[in-house]
Design a protein around this ligand. Structure first.
Ligand code: PEP
Length: 256
């Protein structure tokens, strides 16, 4: 259990990896190892096309399912998009929103991400809102300015009550998939500033919101990161693609 009774959350972001059968196999292994784990929240976020196969493996499990994106409308003429209602029908309970790869490759703006956050909460999906600075922004000393803008934009119109289902992931862009991790102290500094900002927005509720760290988190560096008072878990990319390191990360969190 992390500080202030926030339950750790370890979420795997598979990105564009795994067919339905590969995903089902991976989730089967994770479920065998962790299906009854209750001290830590565990979520896997496969691509849309593998959600149904993974959901089939997870019925009755404590491992939960999330999506990596969604469109902020329930239905309609939005070719190629997937709605929150569709995700709920596939037993998703979480959705990653505003990942830096979507901001960068698909030009997602804070206001579009905000529409998604509001639509996700409306549909009872827990948004994992990703924020984080690029290397040049860190070097220019504007990290918190950048993150505050992402939080202000992404969370516009979210009330304290709605924020109960919110999760934030701090992912320094320069640490994603690069093998470079923020030091625990660097990450804690930003997590504390994020929580302070959430407190100005949501008051007391800020102490209940989990703030995950993401960016080359793996078993070798997770323990020190998770020891930080405002780091409540991890959003895991590369190390979530095989059951062994992912399961190990959950076990590290559960032994805290
Ligand atoms: C991510 O993309 O959310 C992520 C944290 O990736 P990685 O763990 O591979 O850095």
């Amino acid at each position: 259990m992390s500080q202030n009774t926030r339950k750790y959350l370890i979420a795997g972001n598979w990105k564009m990896n795994n067919t339905p059968s590969e995903g089902a196999e991976l989730v089967r292994e994770i479920n065998l190892a962790l299906g009854q784990e209750t001290s830590v929240g565990v979520v896997v976020c496969p691509p849309f096309t593998a959600l149904e196969a993974c959901a089939g493996e997870l019925s009755g499990s404590n491992v939960q399912l999330g999506a990596q994106n969604m469109y902020p409308k329930s239905e309609g003429a939005y070719t190629g998009e997937v709605s929150p209602v569709m995700l709920r029908a596939l037993f998703c309970t979480f959705v990653i929103l505003g990942h830096s790869e979507r901001r960068e490759y698909f030009a997602e703006s804070d206001s579009f991400i905000n529409e998604k956050v509001l639509a996700a909460i409306e549909s009872n999906l827990k948004p994992i809102l990703c924020v984080g600075e690029r290397l040049e922004e860190r070097e220019a000393g504007t990290t918190m300015e950048v993150i505050k803008k992402q939080l202000d934009g992404g969370l516009a119109g979210v009330t304290a009550e709605m924020a109960e289902s919110l999760i934030i992931a701090y992912e320094p862009v320069w640490a994603i998939g690069t093998g470079k991790t923020a030091t625990p102290e660097m990450a804690q500094e930003v997590h504390a500033a994020i929580r302070a900002d959430l407190a100005t927005k949501f008051g007391e509720t800020a102490s209940k919101i989990r703030i995950l760290y993401g960016g080359s988190m793996k078993p070798a560096n997770a323990s020190e990161l998770l020891d930080q008072p405002d780091i409540d878990g991890g959003l895991i990319g590369g190390a979530s693609l095989q059951s062994k390191p992912f399961v190990e990360l959950v076990k590290i969190a559960s032994n805290k």
